[in-house]
Design a protein around this ligand. Structure first.
Ligand code: SF4
Length: 644
């Protein structure tokens, strides 16, 4: 096995001409940061466990890359999964996985930071560690091995990956990454044991170290509790947030090859107050915090000048809810008029105001317009807490077509609680009704593209108790849709039931699931997010080898008082609030946007002090005037089990 950057570089010269898209592995792009390796103390590999083409668009890693490289004493470099052809060449040639910037082997880094936005990246994560020569299991790593940390939305249920990750970052990474680097440096300088490093990391707000806890189960196989093995370990572990969003990242690396998004992504706000009951992101990213208009516009200006990109993405979970959205789109439209930029504003509400917003983005191209009703009947939209009337949807569709958009993409989910085949038939009927509006407005040019995914119940949401549809149920619903939703102007796309089930097993898994992931990887599972690589039968074999029943994790309705294996991770949205919301859904009772009325979900009492020192409209939770308990004390109270 070669090891030094020079040796790796030499072998790559021979390998790269033989693989697909060698530009995935060369590095050297505009705006990459290459520091002198020897002049910094801490070397961090930022890993996205899928190919470069996808990973380059990950905003979280771009933010961390910029933040870490601003430090004099640390560097960050990028690592992605090699595609299957490259992996085979690397293994044959004895070349370890390496960073794009300096071609250092993964094993040479002090910290490996892995982004886990979704669960289907788990086997790729194992594959990356293996290709990098890093022991797969945390327990097998010593003081001379890199520290392996992971964060991202999937980390809010870290247990299925507990055996492979030394420490999870729960929540927002901007501040905590600096504290992790500081703790690592202090540990290195002290010469203490690796256990000491893990203990010191566990003291950082937002860091969860699985090795400091033991899991326990009841006789029926359900989770009982997590026992602290170290009295000082926090329980629960409170998610990390930043009180105020820092200015947007502008130093984007410009790839040589086509990637999923070649654009400047700017997060205009974080969090969502809509309260859709299926939405994991909406629950875990509270509270809503917004960036000022001028800060966004000036960041776009800087990023465009640095990158030459011609596309801008104004990102958030619900763009129409950004307080100054009209002012923002006008400012962007005016400032960049005549530059022929393509500006995307995803996640717009179903109302004609959204069409006004798109119109205000002068110069943007007029292709498809996306709406996400998620369900086709008003009854079902009340159950999922996305109340919008069918008439409003049809009125909005008419507006969209008549303003020159030929295609409307409609996103739906099947598999919502209490769904019947009538609700599925209603999806086809609604798509046809929308198309009919288009025909009236622009004739035969009108198109409806329906994207129908299957609902996966997620931890920390009001639907964390509900069963996921079985394979047979999903197939029956999809068959109905395929029969009912056809004809000129209509297109339907869907996920396979097998894709859905994998996500469902892993989303609400416990620590025992780590063995299933390991067994699946040993049997060749990787690129599970890719249809051509995902193999359902491997996972069935892995469950059998681990002695676990997949249906236990997916198709069981959980009683309200069941303890969940992710409960030690506190999003600060209380379980009681989620349970009440679940019960409300069964009665078709909806909640309004909590900007209009606070429902006391738990965010404010936990972060009262942060809110108090950030008054005004930066946050969208009500203001806190009185002195409350400081955040550090709240974390301590949480640690001794005093929490709502
Ligand atoms: S504390 Fe109130 S306003 Fe803030 S997120 Fe929770 S329900 Fe919404």
């Amino acid at each position: 096995m070669v090891r030094t950057p020079q040796e790796i570089f030499n072998r790559l010269e021979r390998i790269l001409p033989t693989v697909e898209k060698p530009g995935r592995y060369t590095g050297g792009e505009l705006n990459q940061v290459v520091k002198d390796w020897a002049s910094v103390q801490t070397h961090i590999a930022l890993v996205f466990p899928d190919i470069y083409d996808l990973g380059m668009s990950n905003l979280g890693l771009a933010i961390l890359n910029e933040q870490i490289n601003q430090r004099q004493d640390a560097l960050a470099e990028r690592v992605y999964s090699p595609w299957v052809d490259m992996e085979q060449r690397l293994r044959t040639a004895g070349v370890p996985l390496f960073s794009l910037e300096s071609k250092h082997a993964l094993l040479d880094f002090d910290i490996i930071g892995i982004s886990l936005p979704y669960e289907t990246l788990y086997t790729n994560t194992l594959n990356i560690l293996d290709l990098g020569g890093v022991p797969l299991f945390s327990a097998e790593r010593g003081a001379h091995h890199p520290l392996v940390i992971a964060g991202g939305h999937a980390a809010y249920n870290p247990e299925p990956m507990h055996a492979f990750i030394d420490a999870f970052v729960i929540g927002e990474g901007e501040e905590v990454i600096q504290e992790i680097i500081n703790a690592h440096q202090a540990w290195r300088n002290s010469g203490a044991s690796r256990d000491e490093l893990l203990r010191s990391l566990s003291k950082i707000w937002g860091v969860y170290v699985p090795a400091l806890y033991q899991d326990h189960y009841l006789d029926d196989g359900t989770f009982s509790h997590l026992e602290k093995l170290d009295p000082a370990a926090p329980l629960p572990v409170l998610k990390r947030i930043v009180a105020k969003l820092p200015p947007p990242t502008t130093n984007f690396i410009v790839p040589y090859i086509d990637t999923v998004h070649n654009r400047v992504p700017v997060e205009i706000m974080r969090g969502c107050t809509r309260g859709c009951r299926f939405c994991h992101a909406g629950m875990i990213t509270r509270p809503v915090r917004e960036r000022p208009v001028e800060e966004i516009v000036s960041a776009i200006e800087t990023a465009l000048a640095k990158t030459g990109f011609e596309e801008i993405g104004l990102l958030s979970l619900s763009s129409s809810d950004y307080t100054h959205i009209l002012e923002l789109v006008r400012a962007v439209g005016e400032r960049f008029a005549g530059r022929h930029l393509s500006i995307s504003l995803p996640s717009l509400r179903i109302e004609s105001f959204s069409v006004d917003l798109m119109d205000a983005l002068q110069d943007s191209r007029r292709g498809g317009f996306t709406l996400a009703p998620e369900a086709a009947t008003e009854r079902m939209r009340e159950i999922i807490n996305k109340p919008v009337s069918t008439q409003q949807l049809l009125d909005t569709a008419r507006e969209i077509y008549s303003r020159g958009y030929p295609t409307i993409k409609l996103y739906f989910m099947i598999g919502h609680p209490s769904e019947t085949l009538e609700d599925i038939q209603a999806i086809a009927d609604l798509c046809k009704a929308v198309l009919a509006e288009g025909r009236k407005a622009i004739g035969k040019r009108a198109q409806v593209n329906a994207g129908v995914s299957t609902f996966v119940p997620k931890p920390h949401t009001p639907f964390q108790w509900v069963p996921c549809d079985t394979r047979q149920q999903i197939l029956a619903k999809q068959d109905l849709l395929k029969r009912a939703l056809r004809g000129p102007g209509l297109k339907l796309s869907w996920n396979t039931p097998e894709d859905t089930l994998l996500e469902a097993w892993l989303s609400r898994g416990d620590r025992r699931m780590a063995e299933v992931i390991y067994q699946a990887w040993m049997r060749g599972a990787k690129f599970d997010a890719w249809n051509e690589h995902y193999r359902y039968e491997i996972w069935m074999d892995a469950f059998a080898a681990a002695g676990l029943d997949p249906a236990f994790y997916t198709h069981r309705e959980r009683p309200l008082d069941e303890t969940f294996p992710w409960e030690h991770i506190s999003t600060s949205v209380r379980k009681k609030f989620l349970a009440e919301d679940y019960l409300w859904s069964q009665r078709g009772k909806t909640r309004v946007d909590c900007r209009q009325r606070c429902f006391a979900c738990g965010i404010l009492p936990t972060f009262a002090d942060l809110r108090r020192i950030n008054p005004g409209e930066v946050w969208q939770c009500p203001e806190v005037k009185n002195k409350r308990i400081p955040i550090q004390e709240i974390v301590e109270l949480d640690q001794i089990g005093v929490s709502g």
